[in-house]
Design a protein. Structure first.
Length: 451
């Protein structure tokens, strides 16, 4: 069976720049379209069939994007993984039952042990559609592989968006990373690759490539501001900063708004299970957002957000379905509602119950990040014999040589003016190291292991 070809507008964009590689080499849309056709022929010559699950090892680069679209146009199921993920590559390949592996950087296409025979793949085969498998970035248990019909994900880009110069920052194997590729290239914009995600390198790339859109995570924005690198570069070209993937601390949001007065700040919301959703922030200093009603329905039950979207996955490869019988995805996020707007309070699983009193880690982190000498903070719960749980905090400080007893007294004094007593951490741990995962999220799992 010949796969239904997905339509790509690249040839129509002609000689306009499409992708700027990390080394500065620019690939035009005409080159992009030509090379996609070349790679498709190569796939057919090697015997790669529609419905084959293919592990694509790559990060933002012209080669990774060419392979991605060539595989999709050949009706394959792409399983992206960023290089250097170690055991993740073997785990992803095994769960996704991949029969081919592409290493984009080395231009390698080789066969694998899998048979691409997962039962869910049959649904894609019946629909004659290409697929995408995105693994969750959860911190506990085996990551879950979410299988998507690519046509559903691409449907929200059917109307042309703005052609902007966008930085490839959020990881290529993350749903928001794929969203960055699709939005930028299907709109005729320029995808800019960065040599690394170090704050100085990112700022230099933003300046030299005249980047207009920075999609990133709250923790990286905090690191960017605290590094002081923003002041060393001309970032006036930035028009839009989108952030998501975790809670944004209000003090950090206000610092970002001050540092980038000419940029529009947009909170994004998404998940591996339904993609990155279109949203609009109430204002640069606000964490209230509104969803595009044309794209999804949402409701709140028992304080938890549920989503029903046309871009939802077909299901997990290695876990039971998370959808209700009537098709709603239970996000596990606690929210507040104000008219048609909502504000994310945090993951219900992160909630700390201190003697029956509920503590949101993000509320305590917000308070900690108002203290000038606190670079970053992660708050988590630990078992307590009498209270059930107590609040602990790990602090990255600007005062590594200070006496820790003095720092703890200062923290408790500052927090006493902002928080109820039961919310103040019983234990503070100090570190010079960063508190982020390789996906620029608060590393709560590492904190719990070290505590």
């Amino acid at each position: 069976m010949v796969a239904e070809r997905i339509e790509l507008p690249f040839a129509g964009f002609g000689l306009r720049p499409a992708i700027v590689a990390a080394d500065g080499v620019t690939v035009s849309y005409q080159e992009l379209a030509t090379k996609i056709d070349m790679y498709r022929a190569r796939l057919r010559d090697r015997g790669v069939r529609p419905g084959s699950a293919v592990l694509l090892v790559g990060d933002y680069s012209p080669e990774s994007c060419i392979w991605l679209f060539a595989l999709w146009q050949e009706g394959c199921i792409v399983v992206p993984v960023v290089p250097g993920s170690g055991l993740a590559e073997d785990t992803y390949a095994d769960v996704a039952d991949v029969s081919w592996i592409v290493v984009a950087r080395d231009d390698v296409l080789r066969s694998a042990a899998g048979q691409s025979a997962h039962p869910l793949y049959a649904e894609l085969a019946q629909a004659n559609a290409p697929g995408l498998v995105i693994f969750s970035s959860g911190t506990t248990g085996q990551p879950k592989g979410a299988l998507h019909d690519v046509r559903r994900l691409m449907s929200k880009f059917s109307s042309s968006g703005k052609a902007l110069r966008t930085l490839g920052f959020l990881l290529f194997d993350h749903i928001s990373g794929i969203d960055t590729v699709l939005y930028t290239l299907l709109s005729g914009g320029v995808l800019v690759c960065t040599p690394s995600r170090n704050p100085a390198v990112v700022c230099r790339t933003l300046e030299t490539r005249k980047v207009e859109v920075l999609p990133t995570a709250p923790s990286f924005l905090n690191m960017l501001i605290m590094s002081g690198e923003v002041e060393n570069y001309d970032l006036s070209h930035l028009k839009i900063i989108t952030y998501g993937g975790e809670m944004m601390a209000q003090p950090v949001l206000e610092r970002v708004a001050t540092a980038f007065p000419n940029a529009k700040l947009v909170q994004k919301y998404g998940a591996s299970e339904f993609g990155a959703l279109r949203s609009r922030s109430e204002g640069n200093n606000s964490r209230w957002i509104t969803f595009d009603k044309r794209e999804l329905d949402w409701r709140v039950r028992d304080g938890l957000l549920e989503i029903r979207s046309g871009t939802s996955m077909l299901g997990y490869l290695n876990a039971p379905s998370p959808f209700t019988e009537d098709g709603w995805y239970q996000t596990g996020d606690r929210v507040e509602i104000k008219g048609d707007k909502l504000r994310i309070l945090g993951r219900d699983s992160d909630l700390i119950s201190v003697g029956g009193q509920k503590v949101y880690p993000t509320e305590v982190e917000d308070a900690l990040k108002t203290i000038p000498w606190v670079l970053d903070a992660v708050v988590y719960g630990q078992p307590h014999p009498m209270l059930g749980a107590c609040v602990h905090a790990r602090i990255q400080t600007k005062k590594p040589t200070a006496e820790q007893a003095d720092l703890r007294r200062s923290l408790r004094k500052n927090l006493a003016a902002r928080l109820e007593t039961y919310k103040i951490p019983q234990r503070f741990e100090f570190t010079d190291a960063g508190l982020l995962t390789d996906r620029f999220k608060a590393d709560r799992s590492a904190t719990e292991r070290k505590a």
